[in-house]
Ligand binder design. Structure first.
Ligand code: BMA
Length: 365
């Protein structure tokens, strides 16, 4: 049998499955959390740095610290990490995390019983800029088969695949991960986003990524998460950029509390956006047999003390959300000490986060 007909046979077989399900343990944990109405709590870069500490800078292989742990006494269930920078052989990711320490963090977290999710803020393969470089609308076309950057991009996918394959459990087996490429594609800020390619090109991009990682590289245990961002109008249109049931396990929403509005306006808008978009995604997830998640959320700086119990909890109440992930806690943003989304000891929402956890409406590790 030729390689081409073998690939075709694999595609046909997969078309009869409801989705890529080679990660039963993690899948069942997520389904259970969704059915219990108690999402698993996630935090981006939780083990890598936090309020006034950073394992890369301190070369700390202990990997014990966590702002969530020091606030609430337990690690987050989900650890988010980002692979941006791996594609250009950088030793650190785009936020300065050493990739070897990231590997250790992923393995340590999995060893503790947690779940790892990976995103990828990759460079722009056409211009050499970053993910936010939207100066050309030809980037996706250039990496699809036949495009001038196709081979380069496949070499990038191989580097990411190598990293994922190198994540091992105590028995030397590759650990399962929630893989969330091409996130926030319904927004216009990333080169793969709305306005910078057609819907068909996006779906082809996803398929190419999926085929390469699953079929060429045979990576085990990937759960594929797609995560459109909330939109002010016509969120329903996100479905045009859904690649297909055979290539997605989790449909998640990226929805942030807007910082460009005053608090009085931002909090109600966030709650309304979350409920409206989750309602649409939930209907979709149910009819397609997929798991619902809030793949990114948060309120930068957490300046509203009761954000957890009075804003986030009611915003997701009643939806079968399997996990929710808040973004990173860093003091290294150019505009100052505001880029914090998880609680920290002494921070404004410390008590409220503990109330949120003890209410049983979210689960830590
Ligand atoms: C964004 C910001 C950036 C960061 C990127 C990838 O939302 O936090 O500072 O580089 O995520 O983590």
């Amino acid at each position: 049998m030729t390689r081409r007909s073998l690939l075709l046979l694999c595609s046909l077989l997969c078309a009869f499955c409801t989705g890529p399900k080679d990660n039963p343990g993690t899948l069942e944990t997520l389904k259970m959390a969704a059915s219990e109405g108690c999402p698993l709590f996630g935090h981006q870069d939780d083990l890598m740095y936090g309020h006034t500490w950073n394992v890369t800078k301190e070369n700390d292989h202990g990997l014990k610290r966590s702002d969530v742990l020091s606030t609430a006494g337990a690690y987050p269930y989900i650890l988010g990490l980002d692979l941006g920078g791996l594609e250009i052989d950088s030793p650190v990711n785009l936020d300065g995390n050493d990739f070897n320490l990231m590997r250790e963090a992923a393995e340590r977290h999995y060893g503790r019983g947690g779940i790892v999710t990976l995103s990828w803020h990759l460079r722009n393969p056409l211009t050499g800029g970053d993910s936010w470089d939207v100066s050309s609308d030809e980037v996706v076309a250039s990496i699809l088969p036949g495009g001038s950057n196709h081979d380069l991009f496949i070499s990038w996918l191989d580097k990411v695949s190598d990293f994922i394959a190198s994540l091992k459990d105590a028995d030397g087996k590759q650990i399962p991960v929630i893989w969330r490429p091409w996130h926030e594609h319904t927004g216009g800020w990333f080169w793969w986003g709305e306005g910078h390619r057609t819907s068909e090109q996006f779906n082809a991009l996803w398929r190419m990524t999926y085929d390469h990682m699953e079929r060429e590289r045979n990576l085990d245990g990937l759960l594929w998460a797609i995560s459109p961002n909330s939109l002010d109008d016509d969120f329903e249109s996100w479905k045009e950029t859904y690649p297909g049931d055979d290539m997605v396990d989790i449909v998640g929403l990226d929805c942030y509390c807007p910082t460009y509005l005053s608090q009085d306006q931002a909090l109600p808008k966030y709650m309304a956006d979350m409920r409206r978009c989750l309602g649409i995604l939930n209907g979709f997830a149910e009819s397609h047999g997929k798991i619902l998640a809030v793949t990114e959320t948060g309120y930068e700086g957490l300046t509203y003390e009761k954000w957890w119990t009075e804003v986030l909890a009611p915003a997701i109440e009643g939806f079968p959300v399997s996990y929710l992930l808040v973004w990173r806690n860093t003091d290294e943003m150019p505009r100052g000490m505001t880029h914090f989304y998880a609680p920290w000891p002494g921070g404004p929402s410390e008590k409220d986060f503990n109330d949120f956890v003890s209410s049983g409406k979210v689960k830590l590790l």
